[in-house]
Ligand binder design. Structure first.
Ligand code: NI
Length: 143
């Protein structure tokens, strides 16, 4: 969606000098073109965190590293995905080594259900690492 200049509001706010310096450092360190885009991203990140806290429909991407030789583990991982009210949007499996697999599972649903599903997978014996990236459907934060 293309923004018109009339869609943009110019605002000013006060910051302590030290905090302003920190802001400038972060903007530069993270390679943003300007402070505005950095602040927009901060706001969107906070709104996304709020969606997760409030149990909205969100997107989570779970990355699992596991040992596929662990007896029954692959079946347990599949069972959990079949018996949930969370939507499994996509999954990708990569064979890392003779023993280890990496799997990326993109999930859509209520935040707390996604987190619970991720936690159930994480604690299975043979899962070596699990990381849930919490993001948004974009519906409520896109311009
Ligand atoms: Ni594999």
């Amino acid at each position: 969606m293309k923004l018109k200049m009339s869609d943009l509001a110019r605002i000013s706010f006060s910051l302590e000098n030290e905090l302003l310096e920190k802001l400038s450092e972060l903007v530069e360190k993270e390679g943003y073109e300007n402070r505005s885009e950095f602040v927009r991203d901060l706001i969107r990140a906070r709104l996304t965190a709020g969606e997760w806290e409030e149990g909205d429909i969100v997107i989570g991407t779970l990355t699992l590293i596991y040992d596929h030789h662990k007896r029954g583990l692959t079946e347990k991982l599949l069972d959990l995905q079949h018996h949930t009210d969370v939507d499994v949007l996509a999954s990708t499996h990569v064979h890392l080594t003779h023993h280890l697999c990496a799997e990326m599972i993109m999930l859509k649903g209520h935040g707390e259900r996604i987190a619970a599903l991720a936690a159930s997978m994480k604690k299975l014996c043979g899962v070596i690492h699990a990381e849930l990236a919490k993001t948004t459907t974009g519906k409520s934060i896109a311009p």
